[in-house]
Each structure stands twice: as structure tokens, then as C-alpha cells.
Write a new protein. Structure first.
Length: 175
């Protein structure tokens, strides 16, 4: 099915959960691409990534509602962009998926959100080995073509520079 559009989420899924709960007719029309979650270690807790940890109930609603969903996880953005643990560009990876999905290798996985434990609330539990027997509910980006990602980013920056109205302003001498 061709989707009518994308919803790119680069923060907590609170607004996305509200949108999809109030307007369930949008579920078959949208593909949600989120930067968030983790298949391994987190950045705000032992296993949690910030965007899912701050509102795990909303994340659970989005993952469970049946919307087409792509998770660009924290550990992939760390590994793909730099190859080591330093500040990566997390959010542009989610946007890049919409613009150039061919840059990513994805896996269809069952992903559930932990909402109960005080130690792991917000954890994205990825059933990598299909042990639960539950159907996949998410495509998870597991690798990305780093060179092409940077080509895309630099081209977007160059285009933004050309298109900026600030480049057409003349600053008066001495002012």
C-alpha cells in the first residue's frame, strides 16, 4: 500500500500517540519514522533511549497501534555515522530514511516498549531472534551507508545556503 505521507518523530512520541489515538483513520495512511529506541545500550539508562524513556506509554501506543513504523535506533546512529561513541547526528538519520531509504538496511522485528519497570521503563525490547512468536510491528534500521548519508547532508546544506534569503541581503557599510 502506498502511504499518503510520513510523520518523522525526532523526540518523544507523545504527540504522535495523541494524533493516532484521536484520528485512527490516519493509521493506514501514514508511515511513522522515528529516531529513538535502542537495540542495545541506552543513553539515559542502562537500556533506555531518551525519546522512548520520557514517555514510554506514548511509545507503546505508537508501536502497538498498527501504523507502519520505522525505528532508527540510537545504537545504529552511533555506529553508522561515526563508528565509535561520540556525538552523532541522530535526528538527520530519521529524515534521511524518508528521503533516501536505500541508504539503510532494515530488519522486520517485533518491538515492544517496557512501561512497568523503574529500571527499564522506555526500553525498546527488540525480538531479534523471534522468540516471542509475535508478528513484526516495526522495521528497524540496522545499518546505513555512511558515505552516501554525508553526501546527502552536505548537498542539503549547500542547497539551503543557495536558497537562503539572507544571502540576498546587502549589509550597509559600517552597519
Amino acid at each position: 500500500m502506498t502511504r499518503a505521507g510520513w510523520l518523522v518523530c525526532t523526540g518523544a512520541l507523545s504527540n504522535a500517540a495523541l494524533l493516532l489515538a484521536v484520528y485512527p483513520e490516519l493509521v493506514p495512511m501514514l508511515e511513522v519514522v522515528m529516531m529513538g529506541g535502542s537495540m542495545g545500550t541506552g543513553n539515559t539508562g542502562p537500556m533506555q533511549e531518551f525519546n522512548c524513556q520520557v514517555d514510554p506509554e506514548a511509545a507503546k501506543m505508537v508501536f502497538d497501534c498498527g501504523v507502519a513504523l520505522v525505528m532508527v535506533p540510537l545504537d545504529d546512529t552511533y555506529r553508522s555515522v561515526f563508528g565509535f561513541i561520540h556525538p552523532p547526528l541522530h535526528d538527520p538519520c530519521a529524515v534521511a530514511f524518508v528521503i533516501a531509504p536505500q541508504l539503510f538496511k532494515v530488519r522486520e522485528l517485533r518491538v515492544d516498549i517496557e512501561t512497568v519497570s523503574p529500571y527499564t521503563a522506555g526500553q525498546t525490547v527488540c525480538d531479534v531472534w523471534r522468540q516471542t512468536g509475535r508478528p513484526a510491528n516495526c522495521r528497524v534500521a540496522v545499518t546505513m551507508d555512511v558515505a552516501q548519508f554525508w553526501d546527502l547532508q552536505l548537498a542539503a546544506l549547500a542547497e539551503a545556503d543557495v536558497a537562503s534569503p539572507l544571502n540576498r541581503l546587502t549589509i550597509p557599510e559600517g552597519g
